[in-house]
Design a protein around this ligand. Structure first.
Ligand code: GLN
Length: 384
């Protein structure tokens, strides 16, 4: 069928997200799928049991629009313990249908026609469309993936009267780099006295390696008071398909966030929220997540030792960039497709996270996989 009228697309140039494209291609060609970020191992069985038990006990109707209070209370305790920040569970925490919805809703609540939003490239692919669909304009800062990550002088030059928001992401997807305390201090200085809102995508907060400490904006009171923090249960509990996340923000920002949230989601899966509230008592799970994934990263990188890829070890997230410039001159999008079809390993080409042509030769590989999967992939990659 076809719509017979004039179709005025709100996102005329937008294609299908790379994660859907590459996972589809991996399936089609039977390739080892290290493209889209999701674990291929089981989630904690107790979490499944808890969810069943809440379903059996009749927790099957709408939860409050803001989320199950018990879960919000647990999250308030957690953020205070980890980052010494106080968030009111009643007015400053909302449960969302994953990180992407939280980001979209936050942008929708605050960005309007004529606003500028500063984002750092490579940028996760859901930021720009959400800005554009609300009439905003992205202002881009290129990050330096092989050295000092962010040149804050560049950010300073971009800030003007129209700057409504700055989106940061640490640990950073797709680069696997992390922001440090000096970065946060500079961000604080630049935004002090302005009306700029910071949208802080911290979905990989617990997946950080080599002794780096996650620099949540929550740790910095002057940043926290202008920030919306986005977190993800999917990344922390290996259950990306549950599509569960949460946001934290000062009450007056959260009030605006909820004005939108109530109409684009209303509320989130009830039994899963109760189960997560219980499961949050297991602090070891998230406190040991960094070590768990560091081992995965090390396994993957060790398996690739002696290969023709250049590797700078990921500092956080469950992604590893591989530089293939010594293997091929091909454009990364072409190379990623060929690798999937002919070699049997799917990855994500990093150039898709830039608005302009990008000649870098990086592919992103997800190592949230059974060792067996990583071995299978590495065996193929070692032949290149
Ligand atoms: N965050 C995941 C990744 O970076 C993808 C999520 C999605 O497919 N929307 O791979």
């Amino acid at each position: 069928m076809k719509f017979p009228g004039v179709l005025r697309s709100k996102l005329p140039k937008q294609g299908t997200t790379i994660f859907t494209v590459m996972s589809g291609l991996a399936r089609e060609h039977g390739a080892v799928n290290l493209s889209q970020g999701f674990p291929d191992f089981s989630i904690p069985s107790r979490l499944v049991e808890l969810t069943h038990s809440f379903m059996n006990r009749g927790f099957n109707q709408y939860s409050p629009m803001q989320g199950v209070l018990g879960l919000r209370e647990k999250l308030a305790e957690k953020v205070e313990e980890l980052y010494s920040a106080k968030y009111d569970s009643e007015t400053e925490i909302t449960i969302t249908a994953g990180g992407t919805q939280a980001i979209y809703t936050a942008i929708s609540a605050f960005v309007t026609e004529g606003d500028e939003v500063i984002i750092f490239e490579p940028a996760y692919d859901c930021y720009v469309p959400a800005i554009q669909i609300h009439g905003g304009t992205p202002a881009y800062v290129q990050m330096n993936l092989s050295g000092e990550l962010i040149d804050w002088e560049k950010v300073k030059r971009l800030i003007n009267q129209r700057t409504r928001m700055i989106i940061i992401n640490t640990p950073h997807n797709p680069s696997g780099r992390v922001m440090n305390a000096q970065d946060m201090a500079k961000l604080q200085k630049l935004t002090d006295g302005t009306d700029i809102i910071i949208l802080s995508d911290e979905v990989y907060e617990h997946i950080i390696f080599d002794g780096f400490e996650h620099q949540s904006v929550a740790r910095f009171p002057k940043l926290a008071e202008r920030s919306i923090i986005v977190s993800s249960f999917g990344k922390t509990y290996h259950n990306t398909g549950w599509k569960m996340g949460h946001v934290m923000a000062p009450a007056n920002l959260m009030k605006e966030f909820r004005k939108v949230h109530q109409f684009n989601v209303f509320s989130v899966n009830t039994p899963a929220q109760h189960a997560l509230a219980e499961f949050l008592n297991d602090k070891e799970h998230y406190l040991e997540l960094g070590a768990f994934y560091q081992e995965k990263r090390d396994t993957f990188n060790r398996l690739l030792q002696g290969s023709n890829f250049k590797i700078r070890a990921s500092e956080g997230t469950y992604f590893q960039l591989l530089d293939y410039s010594a293997i091929s001159d091909e454009k990364d999008t072409d190379y990623a497709i060929r690798l999937t079809k002919e070699v049997g390993v799917a990855s994500i080409p990093v150039s898709v996270f830039y608005h302009e042509k990008n000649e870098d030769k990086f592919l992103r590989f997800c190592f949230a996989k059974e060792d067996e999967t990583l071995e299978k992939a590495a065996e193929k990659l070692m032949k290149l």
